[in-house]
Design a protein around this ligand. Structure first.
Ligand code: UDP
Length: 143
């Protein structure tokens, strides 16, 4: 058997404040590693408004934007640089759909998340959705 050549792609994963507060960081990292992806950089930080405004620029003006930016500042988060072939698609599959109530069991959001009052806000993780956004977001969080 030949060793597969990793056409390495990178993504940004964030364990959101709800995931950190519920002590799920280790479980989330475990699932990423168990899938076979590699953690190449990690930092815990308190995100400020400027970073979050840049990160969520595409959502500015939407009704959930302000509460989301507030929520993301409500406690520490963990930002992780993850690599592997097709890791962007693969992590989003591991994370599950945005709303944790309806996210499929077997996924991070489906197994570990629920509605705590604001229907889709507290969904434990962020994962970049395309190579361009991954590059942009990684430059912001790992400046
Ligand atoms: N979000 C929210 N209300 C909504 C939609 C999204 O609070 O109606 C939050 C939620 O935390 C989500 C984030 O905004 O993860 C970014 O939304 P996006 O549509 O990009 O979802 P994702 O890619 O994270 O699944």
């Amino acid at each position: 058997m030949t060793t597969p050549i990793e056409q390495t792609e990178e993504t940004l994963v964030i364990v959101k404040p709800d995931g950190v507060a519920r002590n799920l960081t280790g479980e989330i990292l475990r699932r990423i590693e168990a899938k076979g992806y590699q953690l190449v950089d990690i930092r815990m930080l308190q995100a400020d408004r400027e970073l979050l405004a840049a990160h969520y620029a595409e959502h500015e003006g939407k009704p959930f934007y302000e509460p989301l930016v507030e929520f993301m500042q409500s406690g520490p988060v963990v930002a992780i640089r993850v690599t592997g072939n097709r890791v962007i698609e693969g992590f989003r599959s591991l994370a599950g759909t945005t709303d944790p109530t309806s996210a499929a069991p077997g996924t991070i959001r489906g197994d570990l998340g629920r509605d705590w009052g604001l229907p889709v806000q507290q969904n434990l993780v962020h994962g970049s959705d395309a190579p361009e956004s991954a590059a942009r977001e990684l430059a912001l969080w790992f400046a």
